[in-house]
Design a protein around this ligand. Sequence first.
Ligand code: TXA
Ligand code: MG
Length: 321
Amino acid sequence: MPDDLFRQFGISEAQIQHAASLLRQGKLVAFPTETVYGLGANALDADAVARVFEAKGRPRTSPLIVHVGSPELVSSVAAEWPQQAQLLAEHFWPGPLTLVLKKNPIVPDIVTAGLDTVGVRVPAHPVALALLAAAKLPVAAPSANRFTQLSPTTADHVKQGLGSRVDYILNGGPCTVGIESTVLSLAEAKPVLLRPGGITRAQIEELIGPISTQSEPTSAAHPSPGMHPKHYRPRTPLLLVNDGRLPERGRGVYLQLNHPPMVATAHVLSMPRHPGEYAARLYATLHDLDQAGYDWIAVDSPPDMPEWEAVLDRLRRAAER
Ligand code: TXA
Ligand code: MG
């Protein structure tokens, strides 16, 4: 495996071992997953996890996802393994699906924001799996960005966003899925979709039947796990538009999907028509446009259809001011 890692991603066995030993010392390591880069810490070390919250500037009310190297290791952090979890894991792990399960008391409260559940997933990126195998630890990792900012899909994004707040970055190239994992709770009587993401609702329902959706939290008093309305924002104001209608003032860029722009002067970027390809490009595009200093980014709204659910969720949050 290390040889393959080197050939595919330019990552050596020595780098993996170094990163793993930093994790064991309570340090922070950013690493690639198939979704976005994670900011990892030993999930069983409360002080290390506290540093993750500090580095991100993230409120401690927002729980972290714990990454493990295989489904068999879930029992090291979760107390239950329902039949539905088994089915979902067989189909979608390693992959962009996080399962929320009753927690094992060994997991420090800071990881789960005091909840009695824990979010856990097996990531699909070979570099992440090599790191988890070498560290022999469950690794708590939120996306490796400052709170409310865009998630990173390259090592450069991590460097730009977190700088010296992270002890080490494993550069495994660009992430292929490009948006965060789907978060599904199996800790209630019925499965609840907490965040749409890399695995679609339809893919899950095909396997375990109908799932419900958590309603949006309405106040800061209940910053319901991670579904913060202002997550995933670029610095440049972003607006969702229909029929190509663009702002008349300022210098802007239009991310076109289906509708040609009504204003001829805007800079136009064509986005992929396929939701998966669109997702893979979205954050990288927004990171680039943030550097370019436009007054606005107008996004041709994708259709309100099931296959666009995760992309639309991110765009709506990005448009929130
Ligand atoms: O794709 C991903 O999931 C990336 C990579 C690094 O794995 N991670 C990520 O982490 O997006 P973060 O911290 O940015 O988002 C974690 C999400 C939040 O929506 C959080 O509320 C939810 O997972 N979550 C974690 N533990 C939970 C729990 N016990 N109950 C409910 N939601 C939970
Ligand atoms: Mg995040």
